[in-house]
Design a protein around this ligand. Structure first.
Ligand SMILES: *[C@@H]1O[C@H](CO)[C@@H](O)[C@H](O)[C@H]1NC(C)=O
Ligand SMILES: *[C@@H]1O[C@H](CO)[C@@H](O)[C@H](O)[C@H]1NC(C)=O
Ligand SMILES: *[C@@H]1O[C@H](CO)[C@@H](O)[C@H](O)[C@H]1NC(C)=O
Length: 366
């Protein structure tokens, strides 16, 4: 009897503990490309002109206790992934580019970055926040490569033990056009082009020696306080009754995800030696939007913790951190941090879904 109790205790303790489910030593480095969902400081180092709020508290208040350039109150999905593999938080490329080589991974993501080149948007008079698009970030990676390895064989050996995160990227390729007045119908035909930029980056990295790559899909941005405020509709059938999110926008992001998965399947056939994982950000977050209180989000999923008022606490003339904005007492009770980015506790839950909950395929943790 006593033995049984101990056995059950050991089982419960160890199944739920990080030590067994995490995988320290599996990778020697993580390289990340992306936007504000994973930027750990590059945009801040470029001046953060388009989002000055990110330079100061309350950004960073929960975990780092100062602003780091992360668009949240604390850690991002990339930070939880680094933790799971026993690696340090990724330094932003722009902070380390001129220093000694960093052998445990570097972050190339920049707030506002697009998968397509900025010229595509400027030709249509669509304003962007940064010109450090995916191809600029890939160029930074290539610049840095010679400091990490020299011969082809040495690079192969090193990158074989690295994890490459290609995104999330592409969300801004829809968001900025939406903010400039484009409609879902106008943007749907762009999906193959945007996905094409992501899969080209993925194959380029494989050609450079990457073997393990994680390629995330989109979040349901139609659930963000920003979209719910700017694109509100008097028509109740514009909203998903199970979440309160805007259906047409989310349908576009799901179409992107389906298209991306088809294209990744083609890449897997082209590069059978590579392990190309798809991360289902959408699927991992939908349960939270359906029943936020079940996950401890007592403030609900749609109202931003930090903002300048209104039904979703989103006011474009008083964004999070601006004069006139306020921040909630307990960010862990909120999903939405500043109207478009999520809180640390939402990112933590989603990261657990990716690592342990079956939302990456093939699985990130073996
Ligand atoms: C991007 O580059 C264009 C052309 O050089 C420039 O006009 C624009 O100000 C730049 N945008 C940002 C956000 O730096
Ligand atoms: C409301 O939206 C639905 C679907 O989005 C559409 O079929 C319907 O025509 C709309 N009704 C009005 C009054 O706009
Ligand atoms: C939005 O912010 C501006 C500037 O602080 C303020 O004047 C306005 O009343 C706010 N609007 C709402 C709906 O709270």
């Amino acid at each position: 009897m006593k033995f049984m109790k101990i056995a059950v205790f050991i089982l419960l303790c160890c199944l739920s503990s990080k030590s067994v489910l995490s995988s320290p030593g599996r990778y020697n480095a993580i390289f990340n490309f992306g936007n504000s969902l994973s930027d750990t400081g590059n945009f801040l180092l470029t001046g953060a002109l388009a989002l000055p709020g990110v330079k100061n508290l309350p950004y960073g208040e929960t975990f780092f206790h100062h602003a780091t350039g992360r668009c949240s109150d604390g850690r991002l999905i990339i930070d939880f992934i680094a933790e799971a593999f026993g690696l340090p938080y990724l330094p932003p490329y722009l902070a380390v580019a001129k220093g000694p080589p960093i052998r445990t991974g570097v972050n190339f993501a920049v707030v506002g970055a697009t998968a397509l080149d900025p010229s595509f948007f400027s030709a249509q008079e669509i304003a962007l926040w940064t010109n450090d698009s995916l191809s600029v970030q890939l160029g930074w990676f290539q610049n840095m490569k010679s400091s990490l390895c020299t011969t082809k064989r040495e690079c192969e050996e090193y990158f074989k033990k690295s994890l490459f995160l290609v995104g999330e990227i592409g969300g801004n390729d829809y968001i900025f056009p939406f903010l400039s007045g484009r409609t879902v119908e106008q943007l749907r035909p762009l999906v193959p082009q945007i996905v094409g930029a992501i899969t080209r980056a993925t194959s380029m990295l494989i050609e450079e020696g990457a073997v393990d790559l994680l390629v995330p899909g989109q979040f349901p941005v139609g659930c963000s306080a920003l979209f719910l405020t700017l694109f509100q509709s008097p028509n109740v059938s514009a909203y998903d009754p199970t979440t309160g999110c805007l259906k047409a926008y989310n349908a576009l992001f799901q179409y992107h995800d389906n298209y991306l998965q088809q294209e990744l399947q083609k890449l897997r056939e082209e590069y059978p030696h590579a392990r190309i994982m798809y991360a289902d950000y959408y699927g991992a977050s939908v349960p939270i939007y359906r029943t936020p209180k079940e996950y401890g989000f007592y403030g609900g999923a749609l109202r931003a913790c930090c903002g300048g008022g209104g039904p979703y606490n989103l006011n474009n003339s008083a964004r999070c951190g601006d004069p006139g904005s306020t921040v909630c007492k307990d960010p862990s009770a909120f999903v939405d941090w500043d109207g478009i980015h999520l809180t640390e506790s939402a990112y933590h839950l989603i990261a657990k879904g990716l690592l342990y909950g079956g939302f990456t395929s093939p699985p990130l943790l073996l």
